[in-house]
Design a protein around this ligand. Structure first.
Ligand code: 2DT
Length: 231
């Protein structure tokens, strides 16, 4: 009998606004998959452990004005530097559960307004401009968007001290995510699953587990290659 090539892993992306519980759900989902003997690993962006990630970390923790386009490109570079390993991991049959990706990149940068912006970086940071540096990255097989309204998010203990943890910005970020969802829905390649993140951790986890088992099944029966972002 022919030896079959191993099925590739699924690239599952969790996105959402701050405080929606993404990080908790990423780790619960990886544990859940491992408990079913399904190979899975967590990724997160920004990956602060690389040199580029170190620069991003310094930026996020300070209030020093830095050119917004330069910072945007660092976040993007931080994904590009991870891409070869990500592709290799999937090719070996391991599923990836990822905490933020290019959608956060576009949503946050494009949500900045003139008054938050560095003077060197005039002009509008359009959605198109923000998307362009991520075009061609490995695309997730699905986006699971944890949806939580602003008031609910703030009830969860308020924001921390990092640069982007401010109400007005977060509200615009939410709006950008919605625009990106509709762009993906028009392209019809990357499906979105919106999960109500105001439910209990267990309820959200159960919903995500159900969605993910379908994604993994679809990827395994699919002959389709891993896609590319926004191409
Ligand atoms: P965490 O709190 O999840 O570590 O995120 N961000 C993230 C961007 O502005 N651009 C990006 O490309 C990514 C991935 C979101 C830290 C902050 O970084 C923002 C919150």
């Amino acid at each position: 009998s022919a030896t079959s090539t191993p099925k590739r892993g699924a690239f599952i992306l969790l996105e959402g606004v701050d405080r929606c519980g993404k990080t908790t759900q990423v780790s619960l989902l990886v544990k859940h998959l491992l408990s079913l003997s399904i190979a899975a690993v967590a990724y997160r962006f920004p990956d602060r452990t690389t040199q580029v990630g170190g620069l991003i970390n310094e930026y996020l923790q300070s209030s020093v004005q830095t050119d917004d386009r330069a910072i945007h490109l660092l976040f993007s570079a931080n994904r590009w530097e991870a891409a070869p390993k990500l592709v290799d991991t999937l090719a070996r049959g391991t599923n990836i559960v990822c905490d933020r990706y290019a959608y956060s990149g576009v949503a946050f940068t494009s949500a900045k307004r003139a008054e938050d912006r560095s003077s060197m970086s005039g002009g509008e940071l359009t959605l198109d401009w923000c998307m362009s540096s991520d075009v061609g990255l490995p695309a997730p097989d699905a986006v699971i968007f944890l949806d939580l309204d602003q008031d609910e998010a703030e009830k969860r203990g308020g924001y921390g001290g990092e640069r982007y943890e401010k109400r007005e910005l977060q509200m615009r970020v939410r709006q950008r995510f919605a625009e990106l969802q509709s762009i993906d829905e028009k392209q019809g390649r990357i499906p979105w699953h919106v999960v109500d993140a105001s439910q209990s951790v267990e309820e959200v986890q159960a919903r995500i587990a159900g969605i993910v088992s379908n994604i993994i099944e679809r990827v395994q029966t699919d002959t389709a290659q891993l896609g590319r972002m926004w191409g």
